[in-house]
Design a protein around this ligand. Structure first.
Ligand SMILES: NC(=O)c1ccc[n+]([C@@H]2O[C@H](COP(=O)([O-])OP(=O)(O)OC[C@H]3O[C@@H](n4cnc5c(N)ncnc54)[C@H](O)[C@@H]3O)[C@@H](O)[C@H]2O)c1
Length: 320
């Protein structure tokens, strides 16, 4: 693909920063927009200072900030919209902000794409399916949400669901839209604090000499996808020629229970961390396994890095 002018919202975050690195390496002009809510400038150390990259600290809901990013590049060809409030603890504690940032950020960036006739890649989530009644999660499955009086978890999944509705509506109106659903990405920059994701938290526990707490009995399963594979998925989805149904599940099909994951990660502990059980979040999903057939067929994508190799790679980076 010839050099494009690309806006990456959430570009200082976990996935966004690696995506920016890849796009800069490919020779595109890239602006990362991030409010630094959970982003970190250090994630971009490898490309800050590159002529074809700049970081803009701003809010994805603010049209002046979005316009400033476009102005900095002298136009806009592609938006990768990743800015969102992510992290399970936030879904429960800050549902209002999750809904506000995730939905309004998507609407504003869709409007920006339409105004510039730019290609739009939306970072959705398997959580857009809510509590699906079958696995693997296949496009076309029903998206099912429980009553919000029970719990607030779906502040996030609901926002991704509506993001897909808005993106599909824009596609019907003629915008070139692609939807990517990453399944549990992991890598060295993954957030490991209380608001982070499970692999980041487990490794952080080990670095602090703490035990690993599994929510409930740990029989819930996930499919963890190495960061470089996830970035491949985003880039391939951004580059592929447009055709109907540009919606891609990007995830490993290697399924593991959280209990087994904890046992695997505990083995890295020099001090012999134990796996203990604690209370989980109400509404947490039991299983999240992707059907990746469309990504295989149209993007020639499948995950390449096994969980064992990825965990070792992550540990090596965290400890050097
Ligand atoms: N990590 C995963 O496994 C996963 C799975 C499914 C979907 N996703 C989606 O992929 C995208 C990237 O996820 P991530 O794991 O890198 O999360 P992340 O939290 O590291 O990245 C999101 C970025 O958005 C920024 N942000 C938050 N509010 C903002 C605002 N108002 N204006 C501008 N920037 C703002 C944050 O500071 C952060 O840097 C998100 O949309 C997320 O929902 C991620």
């Amino acid at each position: 693909m010839s050099a494009q002018r690309i806006l990456v919202t959430g570009g200082a975050g976990f996935i966004g920063s690696s995506l920016c690195e890849r796009l800069v390496q490919q020779g595109h002009s890239v602006v990362a927009l991030d409010s630094m809510f959970r982003g970190d400038e250090a994630n971009l150390d490898g490309i800050i200072g590159e002529e074809n990259f700049s970081l803009y600290a701003g809010d994805v809901r603010d049209v002046d900030d979005l316009d400033a990013c476009v102005e900095a590049m002298g136009g806009l060809d592609i938006i990768y919209h990743l800015a969102a409030i992510n992290g399970t603890k936030w879904f429960h504690e800050a549902a209002h902000s999750v809904i506000d940032v995730n939905i309004n950020g998507t609407l504003r960036t869709l409007e920006l794409a339409m105004a510039n006739d730019a290609r739009y890649i939306f970072a959705s989530s398997p959580e857009a399916f809510g509590e699906p009644d079958s696995q693997p999660i296949t496009d076309g499955d029903k998206m099912i949400f429980s009553n919000p009086a029970q719990h607030q978890r779906h502040s996030y999944g609901g926002s991704k669901y509506l993001g897909e509705v808005a993106s599909q509506h824009a596609a019907r109106e003629g915008l070139d839209v692609r939807i990517v659903r990453p399944f549990n990405a992991y890598g060295p920059r993954l957030c490991g604090d209380d608001y982070g994701q499970v692999i980041g938290i487990f490794f952080q526990n080990i670095l602090e000499g703490a035990d690993l707490t599994v929510h409930g009995n740990g029989s819930q399963t996930r499919s963890f996808t190495w960061i470089d594979d996830v970035v491949d998925g985003f880039v391939n989805a951004g580059e592929v020629n447009s055709s109907p149904n540009m919606v891609f599940n990007i995830g490993s099909t290697e399924e593991i229970s959280i209990l087994d994951l904890a046992a695997k990660i505990a083995k890295f502990s020099p001090s012999g961390a134990e796996v203990v059980h604690g209370e989980g979040y109400f509404g947490d999903s039991n299983r999240r396994l992707p059907d990746i057939s469309r990504a295989v067929e149209l993007l020639n994508w499948h995950s390449k890095v096994s969980l064992d190799d990825g965990l070792q790679l992550m540990w090596d980076v965290l400890t050097t």
